[in-house]
Design a protein around this ligand. Sequence first.
Ligand SMILES: O=C(O)CCC(=O)C(=O)O
Length: 247
Amino acid sequence: MKLDAQQLEAYRAAGHVTVPGVFRAEEMQALVADIERWGEEFLAELPPEKRYWYIDGGVKAKQVLRKLDNPHYQRESVRRLAADPRLTELVESIIGPGVTVYFSQVFFKPPEGGGPKAVHQDNYYFGPSDPEGIVTAWVALDDATEENGCLYFGEGTHRGPVYRHAAPPGAPYELHVPPGEAARHPMTAAPVPRGGVSFHHGNIFHQSGPNHSARWRRACALHYVTNANRFVNPALPYDEAAVVRIT
Ligand SMILES: O=C(O)CCC(=O)C(=O)O
């Protein structure tokens, strides 16, 4: 399944496009079950000095993860997802044939407390050698809505520069674009039904809202690059051992 001409045109114009129904709801449920098992093991072994990086600070009742890194490397289930032709054909229709997953993340947004993610540009985090040869495929493991913290995009901002980001004290993972720059661009909500995929350009301004609902909002973001592309100027360290060529 490739993006059709209209979807590709929407992606080029806005910097993102949502494709519903790429995967079935039961497939997402099975992935969630596997990721939950991994999350429990990970949390049990997480040393105290690393907790601030992985724990969602908004949920006070108990410790819950806000994210996990490199599921495509750590879990067979996500490796299969990353290599599934239903997804890779869509990815290749955006950045061209021959793709690698350089990094991936599971974002958990727990019910009633899961925090927002500030406006940022993936290409500031990643610093790729080819800023056009990268696309994030954000797979909705649950329905993502405005109420439970879906993504928002600054449409057209992918055609602008990548700004120097700053992070609040004590939260180096919360890099964000300068607030004055962010305020100049309206942000458009991009709800995604479970099993759908939101594709976004590495330069686009995006953020996610807080979870005000009683439902989880979990997603798996796979950061695909063309095979020759490298993170040459990353803002955070990335583990090259986890880079997996897919096609
Ligand atoms: O899922 C989120 O809350 C943030 C996702 C994100 O920023 C990304 O996939 O680039």
